[in-house]
Design a protein around this ligand. Sequence first.
Ligand SMILES: Cc1cc2nc3c(=O)[nH]c(=O)nc-3n(C[C@H](O)[C@H](O)[C@H](O)COP(=O)(O)OP(=O)(O)OC[C@H]3O[C@@H](n4cnc5c(N)ncnc54)[C@H](O)[C@@H]3O)c2cc1C
Length: 393
Amino acid sequence: MTPILTYDVVVSGAGLTGLAAAHTFAKHGYQTLVVDRDQSPDTKGRLGADLRTVALSPVASDQLQDLGVEMPSRTGYIDVMHIWESDGSANIKMTADEVHEPHLAIVHENEAITTALKTRQHDGLEMNLNARVTAVAENSRELHIDDIGTVQTGFLVVAEGSNSSTRQLLGTALDIDQNLQEHAIATLVKTDRPHQDSAWQVFGPTPLALLPIAQPDCLSLIWSLPNDVAAETMELSDPEFIVRLNHACEQVAGEVKEVDRRMSFPLRQRLVSDFNPLPWVLIIGDAAHTIHPLAGQGINLGLEDVRAVDKVLDNRPSRLCKPNLWRTFNAKRKFRAASMVHLMSFFSSIYALRSPYMRLLRNTGVKWVNANDGLKRQLIREAMGLGPIASVS
Ligand SMILES: Cc1cc2nc3c(=O)[nH]c(=O)nc-3n(C[C@H](O)[C@H](O)[C@H](O)COP(=O)(O)OP(=O)(O)OC[C@H]3O[C@@H](n4cnc5c(N)ncnc54)[C@H](O)[C@@H]3O)c2cc1C
């Protein structure tokens, strides 16, 4: 009979959240196994970069560097962020200088930053990137992992992304499960002028973001559209797509001249009822909360979860599955994630209202925020993960 493998911690899911969590447990001396069988599509674009990017807050970036991760050198920097409403007149300009920081955010190619975390070695950390959890025995804390067999674990961290199968195996309920009836189209675009480390975010019925990447004339596009419009937009030829995009983004970042191949993702918002459904199980990252990508905060929220885990581990708990150990974590993280889900819903719904009165009201509000330096600084610091709400206490 094959002996049962035993670990202090098994992390299921080697996305950015799961990998950061696995390194964090290993840093605290726990024998940790992280498993994944990545079946995500190839995201390499024709313009020479990854079609999928993540904008890490400076705090999240420091967190990964503190874990010893060698950060990819090919990055874009957001030093200026322009936020405006399509067809509106007011806009907000936020700069890193206003908060005396070098950058507002750092844009990484998703594949490069994930590989950097996979390459980092830690004593006590094992990775099997060709295995998936397929069964959980709640009472004996045993997992069946295909390609490995039965594994006994002291603690299980589920970081399997929005459609987590282990969350479903555990029967953990969702408090929020909204199909937004939208898809996000992600691609890269080339413009006729350099981005100069600026990002543009347009709010409206079809919000879009243009984020600077390492190439000075290339931007990463994330464009949220209703399902039927997204399907039709995916079918357009490149020249047709460029015309539609130049119209939608009002050429604020220059005229789009070239476009890479396009990928589309269905959009949902989800929130799990309990981040700690059993004393020995923790659910984090997109598996616990999935938010609309309009503010680019999804992965930053997952890495915030991991910083909160780190704080619990700093107190050297005698047992990871000690009853009540994770209850404060659960309450705080659930409150924070719920606030983000509701904030994204609020933005989507107020910008969906097209009446001239609503537009006037929004423009007045935006102008007021832009003119109010103290409030604007506070908003910038919060989005950068430096404000009191984003900081994990
Ligand atoms: C179009 C789009 C653009 C986005 N842009 C941004 C952005 O600019 N900034 C930002 O912060 N966020 C962005 N996001 C959100 C961000 O991508 C997610 O929040 C982030 O990927 C979540 O990371 P995660 O590690 O929690 O989950 P995932 O990245 O989903 O990783 C989960 C991992 O678990 C694995 N897995 C699944 N099931 C199992 C199983 N049973 N056993 C083992 N492994 C399993 C998967 O293979 C995967 O590798 C965007 C999302 C979309 C859709």
